[in-house]
Structure formats: C-alpha cells, structure tokens
Design a binder for this molecule. Structure first.
Ligand SMILES: Nc1ncnc2c1ncn2[C@@H]1O[C@H](COP(=O)(O)OP(=O)(O)OP(=O)(O)O)[C@@H](O)[C@H]1O
Ligand SMILES: [Mg+2]
Length: 241
C-alpha cells in the first residue's frame, strides 16, 4: 500500500571514487505534488535523478515508486514501472523522424500499431509540437527538441517524470511556454524538476529540495527556501535575493 506517496527515496547515497556525490538523501513526493530540486553545479542533482531512474546504481538507500521497490528492478524494467526522465542535454535520435522518436518511447510496452500511432499523435499534440511527424528530428530547434523528448516520455504514460533542467538554453518566451506546458501536465503526471531558473521553481513547485555537496540542505516551500539565509548565501549569491 503506497497511499498518497508517489516517490519515496530514503537514505540514498552515491559515491564516485573518493567523491561523495549523494550523502543519505531522502525525498518524499506525494501524489499531485510537484517537487523542484535546486543546488549549485556539481551538488548531485543529476546524480539523484540518475540513481532514482536506475541509470546509476545507488550505494545505499531505498527507492519506491507508488510502493514498488525500484532498487529491485533492472533498468530496462524501469519504464514499465512508470518512471521516466529527460536529460539536461536533450537526448533524441537525430537520424530518426519525429514519429519514430516518439514511437521509440513505447518500446517494451505492449501497444498495437494503431494504438501506437494514436498515442504518438496525442503525445505530440499534448506538448504542442506541430511539426510533420515524418520530418527528421535533426531539423528541430532546441525548444522543439525539448518538447519532442518530453513527448517520447509522455507517450508511455509514466506515473512520474523527472525533468533535468527542462528550460536549459531556452529564451524567456520559450521558458514561459515550457512552464505553461508543465503546468498543463501536472494533473496527469507526477513531475519532479531540477532547475536553476528560479522562475520555473517559483511558478511550479509545491516543495523545493536544496542539495549542496550531495547533502539535503533544505526541503520546504519555495517561499521558505528563497527566504533562507543559508540558501541565499550558498546558492543564490547576494544579487539574487
Ligand atoms: N558518472 C560519473 N562519474 C564520476 N563522477 C560523476 C559522475 N556523475 C557525476 N559525477 C560527479 O558528481 C558530482 C555531482 O554531479 P551532478 O551531475 O549530479 O551535479 P548537478 O547538481 O547535476 O550539477 P549541474 O548543476 O552542473 O548539472 C560532480 O562532482 C560530478 O563531477
Ligand atoms: Mg545536473
């Protein structure tokens, strides 16, 4: 029984040689809650997502998604279990068409060709990507690439999608559009966002987890986090407050 807890990560640690990238980090995400994660460069944010989604093995800790022990699953079973992520540097298949990129997101899911086509079209519509599905993904600009990558995950209908810096490299107008897009999806999907752009965090997050040197420094509302002296000093610097 998982009740209203969607993601329950307890005491997660990960070391790279002598470097402790994550030290005993615990994060609980309730159903319907959107969590933002912030922290300086190299503080362990992407490592947290890598470990939770099974891209890296954790050294210690327990990770449950909707009650299911993810630590017990091989990585290829993660998507079926309902967890998905996007990458800080977008990962799409450049040589494939937009359609095939999205259909690729259904690999391992038992879906008929007809249903796959319907879900592919629905996912593209959902992210507002109005391009020819038969066009090559290589022709897309960065915002469209980010939306395409998003569609390749949404098509599998994950319970939780972890977005690693979803507005990285986007201009202010595109950032506003991405915020609106994420806002429109949050009723349907659990969403966890790593971001440096405070506007994304303050517009979307119900709770913010602050990582510093692999340790959880704070876990509170965006308002409380942005007022915290330690956060302002270690992360935002004086100019930001
Ligand atoms: N696969 C890896 N092998 C060795 N060291 C790694 C690996 N992945 C991350 N690290 C190191 O672990 C630390 C945390 O990196 P991580 O990428 O998680 O930081 P981050 O908070 O996502 O930073 P950024 O804001 O720059 O994306 C860094 O010192 C990084 O160099
Ligand atoms: Mg990162």
């Amino acid at each position: 029984m998982s009740g209203d807890i969607l993601l329950d990560a307890k005491g997660v640690s990960k070391r790279f040689g002598g470097l402790k990238a994550l030290s005993d980090v615990s994060v609980t995400q309730r159903r319907g809650e959107l969590i933002g994660m912030i922290g300086p460069n190299g503080s362990g944010k992407s490592t947290f997502v890598n470990v939770v989604t099974g891209a890296l093995r954790r050294d210690t800790g327990e990770i449950r998604l909707d009650g299911l022990d993810l630590g017990a699953l091989p990585q290829h079973k993660m998507a079926r279990a309902g967890i998905a992520r996007t990458f800080q540097a977008v990962r799409i298949f450049e040589t494939l068409t937009v359609r095939d990129n999205v259909l690729n997101g259904l690999l391992g899911h038992a879906v008929s060709t007809t249903e796959g086509e319907e879900r592919m079209a629905a996912a593209l519509a959902r992210v507002g990507l109005k391009v020819d599905p038969d066009a090559s993904a290589s022709g897309l600009g960065l915002y469209d690439r980010r939306r395409l990558e998003f569609a390749t995950r949404l098509v599998a209908r994950p319970k939780l999608i972890m977005l690693d810096e979803p507005v990285g490299g986007l201009n202010p107008e595109e950032i506003r559009a991405m915020i609106a897009l994420i806002q429109s999806l949050r009723q349907e999907f659990g969403i966890f966002i790593i971001e440096h752009t405070m506007k994304v965090i303050t517009s979307l997050a119900d709770r913010v987890v602050v990582l510093v040197n692999g340790n959880k420094l704070m876990d509170d509302t965006p308002q409380a986090v942005l007022k915290d002296k330690a956060v302002i000093e270690t992360y935002l610097g004086t100019g930001h407050a």
